[in-house]
Design a protein around this ligand. Structure first.
Ligand SMILES: [Zn+2]
Ligand SMILES: [Zn+2]
Length: 564
């Protein structure tokens, strides 16, 4: 049990209490305890009972629940609630947009106790007829159910990274006479992972197979397996795996083939042969040797997607890709002025401590009241604090920014004299996410054409595996950014990774710079920049085209120039 799982279980308990109409005071007290645990810095697993009891809102019953969770992974109130809830309801509760109240109504009025029954009821129009639901809610439920079904078993890269790495070392330990490597989408740093794949190269396949069988973490599914590929699920994780076996002779070519996308393998190297056909000839020890044999510039693994990388390589145009160490500063971050967890000072000092030259703070603007958006007086107060901190922390510098909401009509969230006072502005959409492509594109265009927009924040608003972004015409948006000298963010939060890497090359070709922004709401959030770099590299991003790879002096000049 870890901190996050404990919070999840408490949250589930609250949902079930609401579903079963428990005492509202009890529900409220659980909710307020959960809120302060979520806001706090302390790791529940690491603090003592007496420290826990000092956290605001943590009363006797929640304290008992946490102690019990730590020891037994559950607690009696939760057990009792689960006991009287049909299993499928727990899944229905996970559907976005359906709170416990609505789930309860569906259960009582239509007898719905599973996602399957819910889909049927939506398709026959029954859900729309319930009071408080309507056609639009029904349509949203259908979309969310379909989205969920299409994402079943899939994981964010960042969420399985540690698991895959530790499973790799376990494989290496157990099969110590074999070559082992991660292949598949993970090797290519795909943002979403549907299956963890490994290739085992060995001179004795049957021995490797029996060694593999002895590893507890993998649950083999014989019906999905063949003599050369074993498939199943990683135990305790809803994660599919594939283990490929190869003799040592074919290992280098298999490693290449299993790491690249199918489209890449079909790309023609010359008039006659594709990458796959060249691989089949098999006379090489590693990727470098392969590329030199076929007379092609080396293509990094993460770029082997089947876009235009082979043509680029033919013209020697594969660039030197951005690396994390090229980043000189961190833009787009939140502090306690809006909905961040750490103070401006903490955010700045930690950024400096990590060796960066500058920080761009961009709390939410005033319309984002749900996220503590800044009224004008608060902006001024923050600017005074920044001036003070800049004296203390020099030569390190904090840039005055804001994440301005893009309002429904595309305008920014402050009058001009306030907009003028910032060094840079990240303009982002946070509300009215259901516009059609024409309106959503027009809204962004208006924001891009606003001379105060420095960076377009998370351009589609997508949350991977959770919600699709609003539709936009990417080419039109990118072209407009080129024309108006607006930088596009690659929001590095693993849930976002937005701009999608598939558009990075087009943006660079139009002369648009990208910025790797962690959108950090706490100090630890800076670490997410890694995921932005990974997807940026997939898109072919270079240091030269990355805004926050500029040095302090360079970016200062850039901001000054943009402001005119
Ligand atoms: Zn945002
Ligand atoms: Zn943000």
């Amino acid at each position: 049990m870890d901190h996050k799982t404990i919070l999840k279980k408490i949250k589930l308990c609250i949902q079930l209490m609401e579903l079963h109409d428990e005492n509202p005071f009890k529900i409220r007290s659980y909710q307020s305890a959960l809120n302060s645990l979520e806001r706090g810095d302390a790791d529940i697993m690491e603090i003592s009972e007496s420290e826990l009891s000092k956290i605001p809102g943590v009363g006797k019953s929640i304290l008992e629940a946490i102690v019990s969770l730590k020891e037994t992974e559950t607690f009696s109130t939760l057990d009792e609630l689960i006991e009287k809830t049909p299993e499928g309801i727990l899944e229905v509760l996970q559907i976005k947009g359906l709170g416990p109240k609505k789930v309860k109504t569906l259960w009582e009025e239509l007898g719905i106790t599973s996602t399957h029954e819910l889909m049927e009821a939506c398709q026959s129009g029954k859900v729309a007829k319930i009071k408080g639901f309507g056609e639009k809610t029904q349509e949203t439920i259908i979309q969310n159910l379909e989205f969920k079904a299409s994402n079943a078993g899939k994981w964010l890269y960042a969420d399985v990274e540690e698991n895959i790495e530790s499973l790799t070392s376990e494989l290496q330990k157990s099969l110590n006479s074999s070559e082992i490597t991660v292949v598949g989408d993970f090797a290519r740093k795909m943002e979403i992972i549907a299956s963890a794949e490994w290739l085992i190269g060995t001179s004795d396949i049957s021995q490797a197979k029996s060694q593999f069988k002895a590893i507890e973490a993998f649950e083999l599914d014989k019906s999905l397996s063949s003599p050369f590929v074993w498939r199943g699920k990683v135990k305790d994780l809803d994660l599919n795996f594939g283990i490929h076996f190869s003799d040592l002779n074919n290992y280098p070519s298999k490693k290449y083939a299993l790491s690249a996308s199918a489209e890449h393998l079909k790309s023609l190297v010359d008039e006659k042969e594709t990458i796959a056909e060249k691989l089949a000839k098999n006379g090489f020890k590693n990727d470098e040797e392969f590329f030199s044999q076929i007379n092609l510039q080396f293509i990094p693994v993460e770029m082997r997607e089947g876009y235009d990388e082979v043509s680029l390589a033919k013209e020697q145009k594969i660039p030197t890709l951005l690396e994390e160490k090229d980043l000189k500063g961190i833009l787009h971050n939140h502090s306690t002025y809006s909905d961040g967890k750490h103070s401006l000072k903490q955010m700045a000092e930690y950024c400096k401590e990590l060796g960066y030259e500058y920080l761009g703070i961009s709390d939410h603007s005033r319309t984002a009241s749900y996220a503590g958006g800044l009224e004008i007086e608060k902006v001024q107060k923050q600017h005074e604090e920044i001036d003070q901190l800049n004296k203390e922390l020099a030569p390190f510098k904090i840039f005055k920014g804001i994440e301005s909401d893009i309002l429904g009509d595309g305008s920014l969230d402050y009058p001009e004299d306030v907009l003028k006072s910032f060094d840079f502005i990240v303009s982002s959409v946070h509300s009215i996410l259901n516009m059609d492509i024409k309106r959503a594109t027009k809204r962004l265009l208006t924001a891009i054409e606003n001379p105060y927009t420095t960076i377009l924040g998370h351009p589609t608003g997508r949350l991977l595996l959770r919600r699709e972004g609003y539709p936009i015409d990417h080419k039109t948006i990118i072209d407009a950014c080129a024309k108006n000298k607006v930088v596009i963010e690659i929001n590095a939060n693993p849930w976002r990774l937005d701009l999608d890497w598939r558009w990075v090359r087009y943006a660079m070709d139009q002369g648009v710079m990208l910025s790797i922004n962690p959108d950090a709401h706490e100090m630890e959030g800076y670490a997410d920049m890694k995921y932005g770099v990974l997807v940026g590299r997939k898109g072919g991003l270079t240091k030269e085209m990355t805004l926050n790879a500029l040095s302090l002096k360079e970016i200062q000049e850039y901001f000054d120039h943009k402001k005119g």
